[in-house]
Design a protein around this ligand. Structure first.
Ligand code: HEC
Ligand code: HEC
Length: 441
């Protein structure tokens, strides 16, 4: 069964008024021509913020006080131990195993699992060219500076950038920060997003430990009492942008002129990527994304999906936002920076290794069918799955590319040259403590 997330439902509600504006998103970024290496990143490609803003944002990012249940922080899902993604690896252990009150009477890991969503890593989202957030682009900044979001007219003024706008949404999304059990934030949720945002800002105001951080970041603010959710969102944006800026991988050194930065195998892989394998037609530019929305026949389910008895909670695609059937399964091209460190792969977390992802991506239709056949273990697929697979195959725009094993090895080696080991530790990393004194993720 396909279920919409609260955010997707809200997004559909604003479709009528925004579909014209949406058409512009994703087309104004200038994709580099395939076959051509991108130019290296520069400071000016990124927004900048004061170190006090970044520090305050770090506190908010890690502070569970911003979740209804006091149990979840941004870092619960975007965890620094997993390169800012959630991994969903089968070996990941709930931190609060045995804590039956975590969320909805379930330990945290169990409670978050049903949403079955792979939280992506957050690299380079502070680069100015990233103007659309989420796989379906439901939070975006238009060329005229205005924002498009599921909150419509409720979106507050004063947001610095799209990443700040995005930071407002986990707080109002049922399975993210609001939490599904009764709590003071959930009690006001029926009054609308604004009520939730105000309730969260109120929690910060009563914590004097936030005072020094807030004063340093916002010297013009008369008192902590004047803080609102926009201050929170702008600080989180500054932190995410600074923490996961990544433009010092071996590939960057190569682009800046150090031809010894890549191994011979990586250079061969690079030539395939920017040449006959055609990767850069979509994975274009400095961050390997054209920021456009494509239909590629990547499976829509997690690697451990149970097709026979399972329930499926699919990620929303672009069509739910635009109301246009031609956008069915369309999803934004992901950046491939540090991709080696954020398994499982594909938006739904379908493949546990990068090599599996790559092999399926090179032969997408066969890759999709093999994925489904493998999970069915000889059983018959439910009709709805058959139909979905057929539909996806018909709409798929990713062409098959025939490469031999050596070439696949070269491409994988190149993808690893996009990894920057220093960013795993982060610039600030995990704080020692947060002002609320709640546990850290
Ligand atoms: C319960 C898990 C969870 C929590 C908590 C959470 N996120 Fe996420 N986040 C996700 C998932 C899943 C997605 C991908 C959703 C999609 O693309 O539809 C995502 C996407 C994002 C994106 C967009 C990335 C991109 O490339 O478009 C950003 C930025 C982000 N989250 C930041 C945050 C911040 C900041 C917080 C805290 C305020 C937070 N998240 C809390 C799960 C979570
Ligand atoms: C038609 C556009 C297009 C082309 C060409 C293309 N990709 Fe992709 N790629 C995508 C899209 C869209 C996704 C996201 C798929 C999803 O999550 O459902 C993706 C996902 C990926 C991922 C997984 C990223 C992650 O974090 O899960 C990798 C790795 C990748 N592509 C590498 C490549 C390589 C290497 C090539 C060349 C052989 C290539 N792509 C060609 C559009 C494309």
């Amino acid at each position: 069964m396909k279920k919409l997330t609260a955010a997707a439902v809200a997004a559909v509600a604003v479709v009528a008024s925004t579909s014209a504006a949406l058409i512009q998103v994703g087309v104004f970024a200038q994709p580099a021509r395939a076959q051509e290496l991108p130019r290296p990143a520069e400071d000016n490609d990124y927004r900048s913020a004061s170190s006090a803003m970044v520090k305050l944002g770090q506190m908010f990012f890690y502070d569970r006080v911003l979740s209804g249940t006091y149990r979840v922080s941004c870092a619960t899902c975007h965890n620094p131990d997993r390169a800012g993604s959630n991994g969903f690896r089968t070996d990941s252990k709930p931190e609060e195993e045995g804590d039956e009150l975590a969320i909805n009477g379930l330990p945290l890991y169990e409670a978050l699992k049903p949403s079955a969503k792979h939280a992506p890593a957050l690299f380079n989202l502070g680069a100015k060219e990233f103007t659309a957030m989420f796989g379906d682009g439901r939070v975006a900044q238009l060329p005229d500076g205005t924002f498009l979001s599921p909150a419509g007219a409720e979106l507050p003024d004063g947001l610095n950038d799209v990443l700040a706008a995005q930071a407002l949404f986990p707080a109002v999304t049922g399975d993210e920060l609001v939490g599904t059990v009764d709590n003071a934030v959930k009690q006001v949720a029926h009054l609308g997003n604004r009520a939730v945002w105000d309730a969260l800002a109120d929690r910060i105001k009563i914590l004097p430990e936030y005072g020094p951080f807030v004063r340093a970041a916002y010297p013009d603010l008369a008192s902590l009492d004047d803080l609102d959710i926009v201050h929170v969102a702008n600080a989180i944006s500054a932190f995410v942008a600074a923490e996961w800026r990544s433009d010092n991988a071996p590939f960057d050194a190569y682009l800046r002129g150090d031809k010894s930065a890549l191994s011979e195998q990586q250079v061969k892989g690079m030539q395939l990527f920017y040449g006959k394998a055609g990767c850069s037609t979509c994975h274009a530019g400095t961050f390997q994304t054209d920021h456009a929305f494509h239909v590629v026949a990547t499976p829509l389910w997690r690697f451990d999906v149970d097709f026979v008895d399972g329930e499926f909670d699919l990620h929303s695609d672009r069509s739910e936002l635009t109301g246009n059937d031609a956008d069915r399964y369309r999803r934004r091209t992901p950046s491939l920076r540090n991709v080696e460190w954020s398994p499982p792969y594909g938006h739904a977390g379908s493949f546990e290794t990068l090599e599996q992802m790559l092999r399926a991506h090179l032969d997408p239709v066969d890759g999709l069918q093999a994925f489904v056949a493998d999970r069915l273990k000889g059983e018959t697929a439910p009709a709805s799955i058959e139909e979905t697979v057929q539909d996806l195959v018909e709409r798929n725009e990713l062409k098959k590319v025939a490469l031999n094993d050596t070439e696949i090895g070269d491409l994988l080696a190149f993808l690893k040259s996009l990894s920057e080991p220093q960013v795993l530790a982060g610039k600030l990393g995990r704080p020692v403590a947060v002002p609320s004194s709640l546990a850290l993720d």
